[in-house]
Design a protein around this ligand. Structure first.
Ligand SMILES: Nc1ncnc2c1ncn2[C@@H]1O[C@H](COP(=O)(O)OP(=O)(O)OP(=O)(O)O)[C@@H](O)[C@H]1O
Ligand SMILES: [Mg+2]
Length: 244
């Protein structure tokens, strides 16, 4: 098995713009994670609104998708398919969409000093393709390093909701379930467990939020965490604050 040793960050010869090291950007990168139905989209919208009211430039992105290529990949990934999708084929499609999203949208926004809020990011790959599908997590991390420049969020909010509660929320929504949502119960349980493991391993980056509470209570907790973290990094670069 390949070691998790240093992967050079050089883009020499590839013609790629070199992504900065984590937090080298003047912006602030937040991701939301959690099982399907945990309330990510609800909370992304709430936090984006609160940050905008506070004067921040905010870009929200949803994974997979957002770019033209990413939306094509999203439609491939989420619709039911006649033959089971190979787990590595699935992982590579998610990572492919993410590489494009970073290059086209996320990194330029972070370099402009924006707050970027991602509705799912690399931890979803580790939880779904690693925990859920059983792919080796070290290999998935190596793939992230190679394809996505090892770009990690400044802050990840894990909306923690036990699978049965998530299931009843999804069903209450009465929307047609997509291919991932149609996976068996054991899959969702493994995804949930892996998210919690990731949070335990990286408590500085990943903050676990009890997502069983009413949405407005969850929003208040998230706002408190985000405001504190932004204050810790000195808010945003002065160039991106609205002039008085
Ligand atoms: N704290 C909450 N309490 C009760 N219901 C909630 C809460 N947050 C969101 N919901 C409801 O649960 C459903 C799923 O929420 P939402 O779409 O935000 O979750 P999600 O994590 O984005 O799901 P998906 O992964 O499927 O995109 C929606 O009907 C939403 O209104
Ligand atoms: Mg959503």
């Amino acid at each position: 098995m390949e070691s998790e040793g240093e992967t050079p960050r050089s883009s020499e010869g590839t013609g790629r713009i070199l992504p900065p090291r984590e937090s080298d950007w003047p912006g602030f990168f937040i991701s939301f994670e959690g099982v399907d139905g945990a309330g990510k989209s609800t909370q992304v919208a709430a936090l984006a609104g609160a940050l905008r009211s506070d004067g921040h430039e905010v870009l929200t992105v949803r994974e997979p998708g957002e770019t033209a290529v990413g939306e094509l990949i999203r439609s491939l990934l989420l619709r039911p398919v006649p033959a089971p999708l190979d787990p590595w084929a699935e992982a590579l499609l998610f990572v492919s969409a993410r590489a494009q999203l970073l290059a086209e949208t996320v990194l330029p926004a972070l370099m402009r000093g924006n707050v970027v809020i991602a509705d799912r990011y690399v931890d979803s790959t580790l939880a779904y393709q690693g925990g859920g599908r059983g792919l080796d997590r070290r290999s998935l991390r190596a793939l992230h390093r190679a394809a996505c420049g090892d770009v990690w969020p400044d802050l990840t909010l894990l909306l923690d909701l036990p699978p049965p509660a998530a299931e009843s929320r999804r069903r209450a929504g009465q929307l047609p379930l997509d291919r991932m949502e149609l996976s068996p119960e054991a899959f969702h349980a493994a995804v949930h467990r892996t998210f919690r493991e990731l949070a335990e391993a990286e408590p500085e980056r990943i903050v676990v939020v009890d997502a069983e509470r009413p949405a407005v209570v969850v929003s208040q907790r998230i706002w408190a965490v985000a405001a504190e973290r932004l204050a810790e990094v000195g808010g945003l670069a002065p160039t991106v604050r609205p002039s008085a």
